[in-house]
Design a protein around this ligand. Structure first.
Ligand code: AVJ
Length: 335
């Protein structure tokens, strides 16, 4: 793979950017806007502004996910570190790494060094959070990968035992086939004895879920609409943001919250960089995200097929969110 590596002036921080990632927006938009159900993958939310908006979503009163997971982690960091010991921490979709700090605190208290490998699509978020982490944790060494999960996992540095962190119910963005691919990729990448720590948002009444994705302050709407801004800027598109609205609802049969951008009028939008004219019917949508809500047994069964053995799991007192720790033993129970 073609990798651009920036060595910063701090020897504890290294940032790698597999270069091909940048051109994929063009291709994914070109293909996605020509499907009968127009679709753009959620990873493109996270430009610099989108990443900041996501941080703000996490602070909205309706968005219980981040807060609930943090409560679980805060209560159980000691249990986690007791099990995983002196492992490197690989994090998929690290963002600002607020929750990861809870683990770092535990390592620091025990006087242990930390090797951290954050993987995030937003290079700006990655660099900023890395810098502030380095100030806060003197015994932290960072190998950051500014790319998507697939390229990131393929480029993991050699290290001692690893824990792959997949927090925040980020897994919910994956379709079932993509989830299968991810587990297969993890099984290929990990060595026996490595760990997988995953945070999952659980099924719950529609009203709670729909409020979480329709916050009163309108931050989620701004986050969704930012995708149109991004295409206007990076693909020289002419989306008129006042003609699109944010739509988020719970699809009960698929157990997933869906986000869409809905055109309120019939119109044709030009995307100059793609040499494309995109027609919209009045009410037609671009599907921008799924957030699947999980049934723990399903995930556990599937992971078992890929050689992951459950080691521990923790919930909050409302049973809204689950943090689950698996170990890659490489042995499928019925193989
Ligand atoms: C980061 C994918 C877990 O699906 O809840 C938040 C993203 N989208 N509000 C989620 C998101 C709208 C979030 N994940």
């Amino acid at each position: 793979m073609n990798i651009y590596t920036a060595y910063t002036n701090d020897s504890r921080l290294r940032v790698c950017t597999p270069v091909e990632i940048h051109s994929q927006l063009r291709e994914d938009v070109l293909v996605g806007l020509q499907y009968p159900q127009k679709t753009i993958p959620p990873k493109y939310f996270y430009d610099a502004r989108g990443s900041l908006l996501f941080e703000q979503i996490c602070q909205q009163p309706e968005y219980y996910l981040t807060r609930t997971e943090a409560t679980i982690l805060r209560e159980h960091t000691a249990d986690i570190v007791d099990i995983v010991g002196n492992s490197a921490l690989v994090e998929l979709g690290s963002g600002s790494a607020v929750k990861t700090r809870l683990l770092f605190d535990e390592y620091q208290q025990r006087g242990m060094a930390i090797h951290y490998v954050p993987i995030d699509i937003s290079a700006s978020m990655l660099e900023e959070s890395a810098k502030s982490l380095m100030t806060a944790y003197p015994r932290l060494q960072i190998d950051a990968l500014a790319t998507d999960y697939w390229h990131g996992l393929a480029a993991l540095p050699h290290s001692q035992t690893r824990v792959v962190l997949f927090l925040g119910s980020n897994l919910g963005n994956f379709t079932p086939p993509e989830q299968t691919q991810l587990f297969a990729q993890l099984a290929r990448t990990l060595q026996r004895g490595d760990y997988f720590l995953v945070g999952l948002d659980l099924r719950k009444p529609r009203i709670i879920l729909e409020s979480a994705y329709n916050d009163a302050a309108g931050v989620t709407a701004a986050f969704n609409l930012n995708l149109l801004h991004r295409m206007n800027r990076e693909l020289i598109a002419r989306f008129d943001l006042s003609t699109f609205t944010h739509l988020a609802f719970y699809n009960t049969s698929h157990h997933q919250v869906e986000m869409h951008l809905q055109s309120m009028i019939e119109q044709e939008v030009t995307i100059a960089a793609l040499d494309l004219q995109v027609p919209f019917r009045s009410g037609e949508t671009i599907h921008t995200e799924i957030s699947r809500k999980f049934e723990p047994a399903e995930v556990q069964t599937q992971l078992a097929d890929y050689g992951f053995t459950p080691r521990a799991q923790w919930k909050d007192d409302r049973d809204w969110f689950l943090v689950s720790l698996f170990q890659y033993t490489g042995v499928a129970p019925n193989a």
